[in-house]
Design a protein around this ligand. Structure first.
Ligand code: HAM
Length: 434
């Protein structure tokens, strides 16, 4: 027997039922993005390693351990994108978006790849739904982007188990001073830190602050506070963001230990977290990244954005028994026997599809009994039955699959009869205005 294959570890197929969630989330988010004037972008799946090494920071977990990295045939260092922001900035620079109306507001719904240890809520391929505003430094923009994420959360009906955690990281200079102080504080106490934090102490002491280990948490309580290092401009900026959120009644919790895992952030950082236990409770993370464009060789372009983890949002919806609408149902099944009937079947299928009916036909050469069984399995409301005799008499049998009642209808009245059974609101139309 030839070997059978499975999806690689940390990867999964998205089957039709799961796609109903993806479609709903994409639709909800897209409406909100469009209302706020965002335009869709898709950046390339593969990027130059340097886009992320420089953009996210060489010492971050994402860059140091989690990138799907390979060398191209010509020896170029390439990665599957582990996140979207650095790629969007690369595209902003490459396509000269600084000449567009500012700020440029973009959204995307894309898969990303991180070589993490797979566990609940953590995959090697995962989808993000993101927004980025490029070209404005204004607390109003930060508030608008947070409100946008909050509206999506409310539309998806998961708001009551989600809390917005917010913090300010200040300027890069503030952060550098704070990191020095943190280092000085934790160095003599490093024996009390967990293994991960002992290595973070050397590479990225900020991440000790959001470690979930109890011993580390105890130490963090007495560690220096980032708020004492903020410059006046950052402090004022942060207070204004909080004021705007308060004015629009967006509930938030200030969390001094929220630092985020990517180095490009400055000033506002935020996460929407679910109240479930465990490390993977962030369903959305974001913040301001004013310096990233220059780091990647572009013009000074202050920016802010967020990313939802789509699988984590779905998990939360499932926990609350929220199901997306099922739109992939079969309304009519066309069963047929005989060669002439088969060619008539194709015409009926095509005509009914143009009417906006979800209709499927019996393809292949199975018996009438097994065709009706298929119609039943598909949950079809009606079955149109065509045999060579019916076709000769220019008739079709219409069978109601719920009660088994059957009627004969003239072949040339099929569309009219079906249209009466399915008024326009029960049909599937889309507006193809080009
Ligand atoms: P991030 O916090 O790395 O931020 O990811 C955002 C969200 O993606 C997380 O809150 C989580 O829901 C989801 N996520 C991350 N890693 C995984 C994984 N391995 N499996 C499943 N879900 C995951 C960013 O990526 C930034 N680019 C966000 C941003 C946009 N900041 C500014 N603009």
């Amino acid at each position: 027997m030839p070997e059978k294959f499975q999806t690689p570890r940390g990867f999964k197929d998205i089957l039709p039922l799961e796609h109903n969630f993806f479609t709903l989330i994409k639709k909800v988010a897209r409406h909100r993005f469009r209302q706020a004037g965002f335009l869709r972008i898709s950046t390339s799946m593969l990027e130059n390693l340097e886009v992320f090494a420089r953009g996210i920071g060489a010492d971050t977990d994402i860059v140091s351990k989690e990138m799907f990295y390979f060398e191209s045939r010509s020896g170029k260092k390439m990665v599957l994108k582990p996140e979207g922001t650095a790629g969007v900035i690369r595209a902003f620079i490459e396509h000269g978006m600084q000449s567009w109306a500012q700020p440029v507001q973009l959204y995307y719904f894309e898969p990303h790849f991180r070589y993490e240890r797979p566990q609940k809520g953590r995959f090697r391929q995962f989808w993000q739904c993101c927004a980025e505003v490029l070209g404005a430094r204004d607390p109003l923009v930060d508030a608008q982007i947070i409100i946008l994420a909050w509206k999506i959360i409310k539309d998806l009906k998961i708001a009551d188990s989600v809390s917005l955690q917010i913090n300010s990281l200040g300027s890069p200079a503030d952060r550098a001073k704070f990191i020095d102080e943190l280092h000085n504080f934790f160095e003599p106490r490093s024996r009390a830190l967990c293994d991960d934090c002992r290595s973070r102490l050397q590479k990225n002491p900020l991440r000790i602050l959001d470690c979930k280990n109890e011993d580390c948490q105890i130490l963090v309580k007495t560690a220096p506070k980032l708020s004492n290092f903020l410059n006046d401009d950052s402090r004022k900026f942060y207070e204004q963001v909080l004021q705007f959120l308060t004015d629009l009644k967006v509930p938030f919790v200030e969390n001094e230990n929220l630092v985020r895992g990517l180095d490009y952030y400055c000033d506002t950082v935020f996460e929407f977290q679910t109240n479930s236990d465990g490390a993977q409770n962030a369903i959305c993370g974001g913040g301001r990244y004013d310096g990233l464009c220059e780091i990647l060789g572009g013009p000074a372009t202050p920016a802010v954005g967020f990313a939802f983890g789509v699988e984590r949002v779905i998990e939360e919806m499932k926990k609350k028994n929220i199901s997306p609408p099922e739109k992939d149902f079969t309304q009519i099944f066309v069963a047929c026997l005989g060669d002439v009937a088969q060619s008539e079947c194709l015409k009926i299928l095509s005509d009914l599809q143009d009417l906006g009916i979800h209709v499927r036909g019996a393809f292949g050469k199975s018996s009438m009994k097994s065709q009706l069984k298929t119609a039943d399995r598909l949950g079809a409301q009606f079955c149109l039955i065509l045999g060579d005799v019916e076709i000769r008499e220019k008739n079709v049998i219409l069978r109601n699959m719920e009660n088994g009642e059957q009627e004969n209808i003239p072949l040339d009245e099929v569309q009219k009869v079906i249209a009466e059974k399915f008024p326009p609101q029960k049909r599937d139309f889309y507006n193809l205005e080009i």
